[in-house]
Design a protein around this ligand. Structure first.
Ligand SMILES: CCCCCCCCCCCCCCCC(=O)SCCNC(=O)CCNC(=O)[C@H](O)C(C)(C)COP(=O)(O)O
Ligand SMILES: Nc1ncnc2c1ncn2[C@@H]1O[C@H](COP(=O)(O)O)[C@@H](OP(=O)(O)O)[C@H]1O
Length: 349
């Protein structure tokens, strides 16, 4: 018995793939098999989904590692949720499980500075945004800075200051947290009852214990947002992969959702022109990319360490959610809202 269907003749116009077939059908189950990003501009392409999935996978693997690894099970100190670390630190399962590890103190705790520095190096050197190493103001540079501005504003509101205490501190208080001054009885007496410590930093600095509430992981938030910002800015320029460029969908002025290569609403006017770089410019361009890759790599490692040695599953999850909300605002909202796209643009376009 043959597998062929003798009654159906294959002609030139016959669709050759399931996707071709789906393109020609209005609303069939086959069409529903399309990747969601093909119908909604707010969703990542397949390649972007794969890259962004590194974050939840890292958090899950890190958390599982801490459950299963011999080093954590045999450590002489246990994780203490009040101190938010292995306590006492001398018995921690790894150097990376101590708060004073050099990468935490000088890299994560200054994380937004490193992210900003790496982005600035890329924006100033990469020819896809403007003439390398020259202070020319181009649309792409201005829009990259605007995206950084929005991400920085979110970072600031979440971790530093939000018309008073930062959102993480406000959330901690709202969920029942407070600063308990336990360690130093003299200080406790000096302060009296009225004085209240409203931020984790002020509380810890006065020898208090910031306890009782839900502590969204600031580390998870910052490491994901910073590295995703660098990845989303740099990958479309250096990889030229379709999934990071032309296959991204946008909603245009008429309301239609189209691939970025067919934008017709005037948001994108220029097409990339091949640029010839001098040797020095090329060297600086490569250096700019290396700095960014270094910051992304170290951020990933510290995210893995944070997942392995700090916080509860839920605190890591909320840190991840807040970071992804910011990534959505900066990189996916502009795809679906032309007015926002006119201001923030899209990397590589
Ligand atoms: C559309 C245009 C809008 C423009 C708006 C711009 C507005 C903002 C300006 C703000 C200044 C930004 C300065 C940028 C340069 C720097 O980044 S310098 C600051 C360096 N500091 C850090 O990087 C601190 C990073 N640390 C933290 O965020 C937190 O410590 C933490 C790691 C998240 C966790 O803290 P814990 O104390 O451990 O809980
Ligand atoms: N990867 C990491 N390495 C070292 N310390 C970490 C860490 N991740 C989180 N921490 C520490 O855990 C506490 C809570 O972090 P966060 O809420 O920012 O995720 C912070 O303590 P301190 O505030 O006492 O420094 C922070 O330094």
């Amino acid at each position: 018995m043959s597998n062929s269907t003798p009654n159906r003749r294959i002609t030139r116009s016959t669709p050759s793939t399931i996707k071709d077939l789906a393109d020609g059908l209005p609303d069939t189950p086959i069409k529903q098999m399309r990747h969601p990003s093909e119908t909604s501009p707010f969703l990542p392409t397949k390649l972007e989904t794969l890259l962004l999935a590194i974050y939840p996978v890292t958090l899950v693997l890190g958390s599982l590692f801490s459950l299963l690894a011999y080093s954590t099970r045999s450590a002489t100190s246990k994780y203490n949720p009040i101190h938010q670390s292995y306590y006492p630190a001398a018995g921690a399962p790894s150097y990376f499980a101590t708060k004073k590890n050099i990468f935490n103190v000088y890299f994560v705790k200054k994380g937004w500075f490193w992210t900003t520095l790496a982005l600035a190096a890329f924006v100033v050197t990469h020819p896809s945004l403007g003439p390398s190493l020259r202070p020319t103001v181009t649309r792409r540079r201005v829009q990259a800075v605007a995206r950084w501005g929005v991400a920085t504003t979110v970072w600031m509101l979440v971790t530093q200051w939000c018309f008073g205490p930062a959102l993480v501190d406000r959330n901690f208080k709202l969920t029942g947290g407070a600063c308990e001054i336990m360690e130093d009885p003299i200080k406790r007496a000096e302060m009296g009852r009225k004085q209240e410590f409203f931020t984790a930093q002020a509380c810890k600095a006065s020898g208090g214990l910031w306890k009782g509430g839900h502590d969204i992981s600031g580390h998870v938030f910052l490491l994901i947002l910073g590295s995703a910002l660098l990845g989303m800015e740099i990958l479309p320029a250096i990889l030229r992969a379709r999934g990071l460029n032309e296959e991204r969908r946008v909603r245009v002025g008429s309301g239609k959702v189209v691939k970025t290569r067919s934008i017709v609403d005037g948001t994108v006017k220029d097409t990339p022109v091949p640029v010839v770089l001098t040797e020095t410019e090329e060297e600086y361009t490569k250096l700019g990319i290396k700095v960014a890759v270094g910051v992304v790599g170290l951020s990933w490692w510290m995210l893995f360490m944070t997942a392995a040695f700090f916080h509860t599953w839920f605190e890591k999850f909320t840190g991840f959610l807040v970071a992804f909300t910011a990534i959505f605002l900066v990189y996916f909202l502009p795809r679906g809202v032309p007015e926002v796209r006119a201001v923030l643009g899209m990397p590589g376009l």
